[in-house]
Design a protein around this ligand. Structure first.
Ligand SMILES: [Zn+2]
Length: 302
């Protein structure tokens, strides 16, 4: 049978288009900007369309039927229909069982890979005793969902940190999730690149700014495996990051032999223990650079 347009078969726009994705596949999509999986193990290219569900009931049924044995983290993506249309993709409701035209209909997205920007909401799929619990599906409490998304990103930052520590880097990982949902990752490269500023957070901010072609990450959230040091906190402030979420704290870092806590103490009182003298000498030409800045009509404010 030939696919029909959504408008031919549905009364109103009450449909919620949702897709179950593996967390790893979604992270990969955030790095590349497009999501190309259709369903478990098969790509959109192979299947011809992206498998989706219409609302919590269908999502629960699909989870139970096709994902019950999955142990890897899953996320539920809610797709934005106007954004799909803007990207040249179309949604068609078709029988879930291609061999049975009377079987329950599911939304299928045609036209190629899914732009990450067409995903309006990401929720973790939570497991309960009996397997995959549908109670995480359908958005019970927004704050709880946001917290779970934070946990998912923090978990990724910790994975990056662990992998880095097992090779040639320090035990720190971070990621920046931009306002449009793209993810940029960073790991500590201080010793690997002889760069004392190459902390995971700075590396992630550099990747995000380079990838987004901007110096302003307004609307972004930064996730760090450990509490950012003063330099990284400063970098996040300068990058205009909206929020910073971290897992381990400065005391955990100190216990592992890192100086974060000592540097925070220094900032509170730079002359307390002679760690690094900070000297102010107001020589006459000190303000000349600012005069040059003000005189430059072509300057880019930041
Ligand atoms: Zn740092």
């Amino acid at each position: 049978m030939s696919p029909r347009r959504l408008s031919d078969c549905c009364q109103t726009g009450t449909m919620v288009i949702q897709h179950i994705a593996f967390g790893q596949d979604w992270h990969h999509a955030q790095r590349t900007g497009t999501y190309d999986r259709s369903t478990r193990g098969a790509s959109i290219e192979e299947v011809g369309f992206l498998h989706a569900s219409d609302g919590p009931e269908q999502v629960s049924a699909v989870l139970e039927r096709f994902y019950a044995d999955v142990r890897e983290p899953l996320v539920l993506l809610t797709l934005d229909e106007p954004a799909l249309a803007a990207a040249g993709l179309s949604v068609v409701r078709e029988p879930g069982d291609p061999a049975d035209p009377d079987s329950e209909r599911f939304p299928h997205v045609y036209g190629g890979p899914l732009p990450v920007a067409a995903v309006s909401r990401v929720e973790p799929v939570v497991r309960s005793e009996g397997g995959l619990a549908p109670d995480a599906v359908g958005g019970s409490d927004d704050a709880a969902v946001a917290a779970d998304v934070d946990a998912l990103h923090l978990s990724r930052a910790i994975t990056l940190a662990g992998a880095n520590a097992a090779t040639d880097g320090g035990p720190f990982g971070a990621l920046v999730v931009t306002a449009d949902g793209r993810t940029f990752e960073g790991a500590n490269r201080v010793t690997a690149t002889n760069d004392p500023t190459a902390h995971a957070e700075v590396t992630a901010i550099r990747a995000a700014c380079s990838g987004m072609d901007t110096f302003d990450l307004t609307g972004a959230v930064m996730y760090a495996s450990c509490e950012p040091c003063p330099m990284c906190l400063g970098a996040a402030l300068w990058a205009r990051v909206d929020r910073v979420v971290y897992a381990a704290d400065r005391r955990d870092a100190a216990a592992a032999g890192f100086d974060d806590a000592a540097f925070y103490d220094y900032l509170e009182s730079p002359d307390r223990d002679g760690l690094m003298p900070l000297v102010h000498r107001a020589i006459p030409e000190a303000s000349a650079p600012f005069e040059a800045w003000r005189a430059n009509a072509d300057r880019t404010e930041y």
